[in-house]
Design a protein around this ligand. Structure first.
Ligand SMILES: Cc1cc2nc3c(=O)[nH]c(=O)nc-3n(C[C@H](O)[C@H](O)[C@H](O)COP(=O)(O)OP(=O)(O)OC[C@H]3O[C@@H](n4cnc5c(N)ncnc54)[C@H](O)[C@@H]3O)c2cc1C
Length: 369
């Protein structure tokens, strides 16, 4: 088949790789000037810079971990995030180091007793929103200093107006373990994600064209190809005919500094309301072995409201958007039977990298069906 893949991000690249391996003729287009979508990294002063936010590969899926090893060697980076609340530094995720810094407690029993006492403000009721869920998990002090304002900045809404499920799986540990993720596999591809995606796309029957927007030639593409895999936004594909889905956007400010070390860690979250950004990333710490001394690159990350035309980084999954998504999916399936929607925007799912790879692999039979 002649297959068009719209989007050279991870979903598009994995689809292209596997469809080409199965003998199909694959064309990949992307409206951006580069491959790799949001996992795009580029070399700035010898440092691999994560252009669209910190990307740490982590998974519990052994098959996905094995799959990506074909395209890159991974280092042993472990994400150990620091929270800065008005100059007070805390370890994340919430663990014995956090509890010790917050309350001076030194044993798990003391920490659990402190949280239980603070949880009492809920009066034993089941948490009905993010605020109550956080207080139930870690108590009021940690909620006030490390969750409340950070979450409000991130989502543009007060935690009591957000659903509890967003943090239901937040790790809370009564051990001295600062590893942000629970997954058994974790790392960063040495040489960056762009090189990894380039390797996925390197096949004689894959053609990649950048700076090319699908919507500029939509009808021609639909006529020309047997199948289209679309990894852009499904509501945009359908001309927003039922109204736009909800998204959250981001703004990144990146600068090169003439010093070895700016903050001593890859990721520091700013959890107070007054600081307008949510985090600062210092890119060299994602792969310290491969960074030259003398300079460093940092990025401030500012959450933004999404408006049409802005980059839709995060889908905002609510009951209302789930209903709207179902309408779009039904319309698209009936109107464009040759198009398959996938990836973070096509499926409108808050996928991590491992999930997007697993989803692309699982969807392969449906692409050519
Ligand atoms: C700030 C941030 C941090 C993240 N951190 C992590 C992390 O630490 N770990 C993790 O596992 N995951 C992380 N993720 C998630 C990760 O980025 C996604 O899982 C992954 O990038 C999704 O791949 P994708 O191919 O679905 O989408 P994308 O990477 O968005 O690729 C879609 C591509 O389609 C192109 N496109 C869209 N519309 C058109 C069109 N009309 N014509 C042509 N091209 C088009 C876009 O330009 C884009 O290149 C993070 C995401 C963000 C936003």
């Amino acid at each position: 088949m002649k297959i068009l893949i719209v989007g050279a991000g991870l979903y598009g690249a994995v689809s292209a790789r596997e469809l080409a391996a199965a003998g199909h003729q694959v064309t990949v287009i992307d409206k951006r000037a580069h491959i790799a979508g949001n996992v795009y990294t580029e070399d700035v002063a010898g440092i691999q810079v994560h252009r669209f936010g910190a990307h740490i590969f982590h998974t519990a899926d052994a098959a996905v971990w094995q799959y990506v090893q074909q395209f890159a060697d991974f280092n042993r980076f472990t994400n150990e995030v620091i929270a800065n609340y008005k100059g007070e530094l805390y370890n994340l995720p919430f663990n014995m180091n956090t509890f010790n810094r917050m309350w001076g407690v030194t044993t798990p029993a003391e920490a659990e007793a402190k949280i239980a006492a603070q949880r009492a403000v809920l009066g034993g009721k089941t948490p009905a929103n993010l605020e109550e869920q956080a207080i139930s998990l870690v108590g009021t002090d940690i909620y006030e200093k490390l969750v409340k304002d950070y979450t409000a900045k991130q989502w543009g809404q007060a935690p009591r107006d957000l659903p509890a499920f967003i943090i239901r799986r937040l790790p809370v540990r009564f051990t001295f373990d600062n590893n942000y993720f629970n997954d058994p596999y974790q790392g960063i591809p040495i040489g960056g994600y762009t090189a990894m995606v380039a390797k996925m796309l390197a096949a004689p029957n894959i053609t990649v064209t950048l700076n090319t927007d699908f919507f500029a030639r939509r009808d021609a593409y639909l006529a020309e190809f047997d199948r289209v895999v679309f990894t852009g936004a499904i509501d945009q594909f359908c001309d927003y005919r039922f109204g736009a889905l909800a998204y959250r956007s981001l703004r990144f400010e990146t600068e090169v500094l003439d010093r070895d070390n700016f903050q001593g860690n890859a990721v520091i979250n700013y959890t107070d309301a007054e600081t307008p950004f949510t985090r600062i990333i210092e890119h060299k710490f994602f792969d310290p072995a491969n960074s030259l001394p003398g300079h460093t690159v940092i990025t401030h990350e500012y959450p933004q409201d999404w408006v049409p035309g802005a980059e839709p980084y995060y889908p905002v999954n609510t009951p209302a958007t789930a209903a709207l998504l179902a309408r779009y999916q039904a319309f698209a399936a009936a109107t464009y039977p040759q198009v398959r929607f996938g990836g973070r925007l096509g499926a409108y799912r808050y996928y991590n990298m491992d999930q997007v790879i697993a989803a692309a692999l699982a969807a392969l039979p449906a692409v050519t069906a």
